[in-house]
Design a binder for this molecule. Structure first.
Ligand SMILES: *[C@@H]1O[C@H](CO)[C@@H](O)[C@H](O)[C@H]1NC(C)=O
Ligand SMILES: *[C@@H]1O[C@H](CO)[C@@H](O)[C@H](O)[C@H]1NC(C)=O
Ligand SMILES: *[C@@H]1O[C@H](CO)[C@@H](O)[C@H](O)[C@H]1NC(C)=O
Ligand SMILES: *[C@@H]1O[C@H](CO)[C@@H](O)[C@H](O)[C@H]1NC(C)=O
Length: 672
């Protein structure tokens, strides 16, 4: 049985689909319709039935490349400076033009190629997802991996998660039997085994191969950490994140060979573990044409629309939601009860914001996300109330756990900076970083037309910058958007003047009452710690950079590979916007109509069910304000190794970090 699985994998790799020999063409989606679990090759065969078509290829590439004109980082990403010089160096536009000249076996193959190319810039704000393929089937391995450190010997090894079994039963349900039948024994017998080889090679080769493809973070360490399982606070619960090894967005890997050494054994053995693909949408399909209709056709949100006709009102909320990066890994598995914190949440805890106090009186503020279901004001109130509760309890030290926080509202990040630090030069009148936008001819036409065609100031370029304290802008004068020419990596580029800090954070409006924030700090900066696995992006990165670089707050990154410096965050906000928001600005300002031809730099209507985001505002640095913060160093103060006692256990990590960072040795105390 095991041999058959690996044999099949070889066939797939050489492009011969075993199943296609037996079935007439275009039966693959029909064959798996209604099934919840299938083999990756079955899911892949179905997706490969979407025919490659030159017209669709041209449409997708036109939309992506013309939207890239709004991506402020385009020329910077040709070659990033140190410490990212080896990580970010990709001519995306040239590669996309190269892709345009090629033919593909299927539209799915074309999509994989486009997405792979875009991920190579390692930017969590530059994303392209096609919901016809991405996450339709999530492909799982039952053995999520962890990286554990033997702290006495200073040795790191890869292990099958000690709780792999608990996770398997909750994610896979009765499908566990598939793997158990194949492996000939219960999955729990593998929990905690050391992984000696992956596909016959050192496990760190697999970690680094994945780091090349996984995208999102500039820093190598954060991309390496994606391979392993971790935990995160969701809006309703603690979640277990399986990691890139055990969870794939596409059904592209059939099986993997693992050489393992089980707990208590001295001998090694090699097992072949197949992946399985789980259907991941609310509603199933009945066959190929139904699949295409349900998942592949554009929806009303794919493209933009006119803000002063028809649906004008329901889009305003979305337009002002600031940074939001769609996370393409949709699985959420509840962290087993035994691993969840068992401290009572304090007053103020709400959704992804949780507050606790440890036995040693260190406060814990968990921020799983800077946005929530209840909106910006509610999160701010939660933070204010939580910190007031801690203050009343006499808590003087605080660990802020930002593990896997992918961002949210920019103004919440800045509000928390102001709240923690009180009214100081860095937070008053407004905290944050200056930003800049890219000026291209198409963006200039939007700004010019906006004066006349967007009287209610609803499109993306029409924002609150006239309130920005340091660089007030008169939006009624289009000259604010005149190009400032520069050369980046040898290419001509143009940016807007600096945009100031637009968030008014000196007030809270809890319970409808507008009140000035306390002017005193809640904590001394030396009593604060930012904790994460490095996978902190967008508003989370903005918040971390402000505290770490302006206030010198200690940063701690857990679980990384010891010979690589850990970066405490990546893809700084800035601000990302969606293609659909840019499209809305083009339509509303009359640059794109259904009846008259538009200019060749305007993206055409997207004809597939896809979404794209770009970095629309780039934030200037703290240490070097002449350059973007995006590619400046974010090396953590402390690399914190995980052990079997702390891995996937948030509270155990907090206690250990509190002990390490806050307990000053008595000898030092005497000197003071
Ligand atoms: C660390 O390694 C040493 C030597 O191999 C071993 O004796 C010890 O039990 C290990 N510690 C842990 C926590 O695994
Ligand atoms: C939009 O909302 C405003 C006020 O909230 C209302 O007066 C207007 O009629 C609405 N427009 C549409 C098209 O629903
Ligand atoms: C921004 O400035 C305008 C014009 O001065 C003012 O009406 C508005 O209330 C300000 N908004 C904020 C959020 O401060
Ligand atoms: C900036 O560059 C544009 C495009 O190349 C050019 O038309 C313009 O004259 C330049 N402006 C200045 C001030 O050099």
């Amino acid at each position: 049985m095991l041999n058959l699985v690996s044999l099949l994998a070889v066939f797939i790799a050489s492009g011969v689909y075993a199943d296609q020999v037996l079935l007439p063409p275009k039966q693959q989606c029909n064959k798996i319709a209604g099934k919840h679990w299938v083999s990756p090759q079955e899911a892949r065969a179905c997706m490969s039935e979407m025919t490659f078509n030159k017209k669709t290829q041209a449409n997708v590439l036109d939309v992506i490349t013309r939207t890239m004109a709004f991506h402020a980082s385009t020329n910077y990403q040709l070659q990033a400076p140190k410490p990212y010089d080896e990580d970010v160096h990709w001519d995306l536009l040239s590669d996309l033009e190269e892709i345009r000249t090629r033919d593909y076996a299927s539209d799915f193959d074309f999509h994989l190629e486009v997405q792979k190319s875009m991920k190579r810039v390692n930017d969590g704000h530059l994303m392209y997802a096609n919901w016809c393929y991405d996450g339709v089937y999530i492909t799982y391995n039952p053995f999520p991996l962890v990286l554990l450190t033997n702290t006495t010997e200073q040795i790191q090894n890869v292990y099958i998660s000690p709780i792999a079994h608990d996770i398997s039963s909750s994610v896979f349900g009765s499908e566990v039997a598939f793997w158990e039948d194949l492996l000939g024994e219960p999955l729990e017998r593998f929990s905690g085994a050391r992984v000696v080889l992956i596909n016959g090679e050192d496990p760190f080769s697999a970690v680094n191969a994945n780091a090349k493809l996984t995208g999102r973070f500039q820093g190598l360490s954060s991309r390496q950490n994606a391979f392993f399982s971790s935990s995160t606070r969701g809006t309703t619960d603690w979640h277990y994140v399986l990691g890139d090894f055990a969870e794939l967005v596409h059904p592209v890997v059939d099986s993997i060979s693992l050489t393992i050494q089980r707990v208590g054994s001295i001998s090694e053995e090699t097992i072949t573990v197949p992946y399985r693909s789980k259907f991941n949408r609310q509603e199933h399909f009945t066959g190929l044409s139904d699949y295409q209709k349900k998942f592949c056709t554009p929806t009303k949100d794919t493209n933009g629309h006119h803000l002063y006709q028809l649906w004008s009102n329901d889009t305003q909320e979305a337009l002002h939601s600031s940074i939001h990066t769609a996370d393409m890994k949709p699985t959420s598995v509840v962290l087993p009860q035994t691993l969840q914190p068992n401290l009572p949440p304090l007053r103020g805890s709400n959704g992804a914001i949780q507050l606790h106090v440890l036995e040693d009186n260190t406060g814990i503020l968990v921020i799983g996300s800077f946005e929530g279901e209840k909106g910006e004001e509610e999160i701010k109130c939660s933070l204010l109330e939580g910190l007031q509760t801690m203050h009343a309890m006499g808590v003087e030290k605080l660990i802020i756990d930002l593990t896997n926080n992918a961002g949210g509202y920019v103004c919440v990040a800045q509000f928390l900076h102001r709240l923690l630090m009180g009214e100081i030069d860095d937070t008053h009148p407004q905290p944050g970083l200056d930003t800049t936008m890219r000026v291209t001819p198409v963006a200039q036409r939007i700004v010019k037309n906006m004066l006349l065609r967007d009287p209610q100031e609803l499109t993306i370029y029409n924002r609150e910058w006239y309130n920005a304290t340091n660089y007030p802008i008169d939006l009624q004068d289009e000259d604010w958007f005149r190009p400032i020419n520069t050369t980046i990596n040898g290419r001509h580029d143009s940016f807007s003047q600096r945009l100031g800090k637009e968030c008014d954070v000196s007030f809270s409006s809890c319970g409808g009452r507008r009140k000035r924030l306390p002017t005193d700090p809640f904590f001394k900066s030396e009593n604060l710690v930012l904790l994460s696995n490095g996978r902190c992006g967008s508003s989370c990165a903005l918040f971390s950079v402000l505290l770490a670089k302006k206030q010198g707050v200690t940063t701690v990154v857990t679980g990384g590979i010891s010979d690589v410096p850990q970066q405490y965050c990546g893809y700084i906000g800035g601000e990302s916007v969606r293609f659909s928001d840019i499209d809305t600005a083009l339509i509303t300002t009359g640059l794109k109509t259904r009846t008259t031809p538009y200019q060749s730099d305007v993206p055409p209507p997207l004809e597939v069910n896809a979404a794209m985001t770009v970095t629309w505002r780039l934030a200037y640095g703290v240490h070097d304000p002449s350059q973007p913060e995006e590619w400046q160093d974010h090396t953590a103060t402390i690399d914190f190794p995980l052990t079997a006692d702390t891995v996937n256990k948030p509270q155990a990590v907090w206690e250990a970090v509190s002990l390490q960072v806050f307990s000053t040795p008595p000898a030092l105390q005497v000197q003071v």
